[in-house]
Design a protein around this ligand. Sequence first.
Ligand SMILES: Cc1cc2nc3c(=O)[nH]c(=O)nc-3n(C[C@H](O)[C@H](O)[C@H](O)COP(=O)(O)OP(=O)(O)OC[C@H]3O[C@@H](n4cnc5c(N)ncnc54)[C@H](O)[C@@H]3O)c2cc1C
Length: 486
Amino acid sequence: MSGFNLGLFQKNFGGNHRIAGVSINLGCTKGRGSSTRMFNYCKTHSENPSECINQFIKINNTNNSILLTNWSGNTSRQFNEIYTPKSYSELTSIVSKMTPNTPIIVKSSSYSWSPFLFTKGIYTNKNINPICINTTEYKGEITINETNQTVTCLSGTYLGELLCYLGLNGGYTLDQFPNIPFATIGGAIATCTHGSSTSVGTISELVTELWYVLPGFTEEVKVSNDLLGAYASVLGQIGIITRVTLRIIPTFWLSLNKQTITVTDLINNVSNLFDTSDYLSCYWTPNTNTVDLRQYTKISDSVTLPISLFQCKIDNKFMVYQNIQNMDAYSEAPVLDWQIGNSRHTLNESGLGECDKQSSVPTGNPEYIEVEYAFDISYLQEAINVVNDWVNNYDTQMSLGVFVRFSGEDTLPWLSNCKGIAKNVWFLIDVDKKSNYNYNFNILEKNMWQYVGARPHLGKWNNVDNNTFIEMYGSDGATFLQMANS
Ligand SMILES: Cc1cc2nc3c(=O)[nH]c(=O)nc-3n(C[C@H](O)[C@H](O)[C@H](O)COP(=O)(O)OP(=O)(O)OC[C@H]3O[C@@H](n4cnc5c(N)ncnc54)[C@H](O)[C@@H]3O)c2cc1C
């Protein structure tokens, strides 16, 4: 297995069990050097060797370390030590044996495109190779509090599992949701992940309580109210989130209204469209003057012929993707996988409602790199101008048009790009990974900030330096950087 390569890794990356299996075999069968190192490590870090082996994932390549990469392969790092705790006691057992201030990179499903995913972590300003804590098996312990209308779970819980659990246990859901069931709740909160709900900004805004640990700690710490916003956009830099409590809402039915309108009409009516939608999004191709608008509104019941994937969800114990025809609806309003209002085609016409669980984590199509910016709805025209200019004057090689989503406001998370803005537009742009995306994205990022006041999604490509970061996030940004560097 010393030839363990990036391609294989990408294929198996989501199958945490598979990686764990490989690593355990390696512990028994690999060359003496690596096994010895692992057992030495176990001796000093654990009384229980089998527990240690199971947690200690080490796959040797020529550098005697493991190469981790993100979903799209645009960033990677070699690690000598990776732990994959499966429970709270395993996690605290691992971190409590570390010396305080040990540099750590927390990674979960690695869906982030951020170039900083494997470099900016906890105490990583030291010139020491960090230890990786992989939370993809650190999941479950989901409990719903009906009185408070909240749910609490371990931070590595997949969003899909959480949504399914909420649906099956009382008919609840989250009022903001991205379109990726295999991202973890910890990763989603850490990067202020969002969908297209107009009533809230990002998932981070739903946080009501949060706990974290640091190296050398024997127990998790509950975050105090004054720092909740910092940890609700933790970015893997000021602590390992152990568990989190989020606000929940009863699930609901939706009706979809699709129409093509001109860009001019969109700009003129955008505030009104926002006010009359529960979920809102559209597709726009640069240099064109029309958009495909999708407006979703909540309806009170399922009067006629609703399509429900409820049974599918039960069978899979997971939120399910629907077939491609329905993906557009799904992406923007994931609660649709729970129930679909009668505005959709019927099951027989298009096959909508097929039971189709997404089979594995990141076997997606990592051919593109993604950026996303959030900005005030009143700057829509300026944002369109900036993107048109960028497309026309640089060799941008966009993969698709611009996916435009809308969201409400965040007030809690310090680093949310829609904090303090009541009505937000998000521009999502993909470019070919083979293109000169770094150069082009730097130009777009600067112009979007300068002319639109748009801040980048922190789980997508972003290259913000510390000064600009403080400009963007004010005193919260400055304090966050101090916390991260202290
Ligand atoms: C195909 C695809 C679709 C996407 N769709 C959307 C979308 O619809 N909306 C959207 O907003 N984003 C979307 N994203 C972006 C992405 O989902 C988010 O950025 C999210 O962070 C990914 O979660 P993850 O579990 O993969 O986290 P990772 O990528 O593994 O980690 C992201 C960051 O979170 C930190 N982190 C993770 N877990 C913890 C923890 N327990 N404690 C402390 N820090 C932690 C890490 O250190 C890292 O800095 C998409 C990405 C892909 C690849």
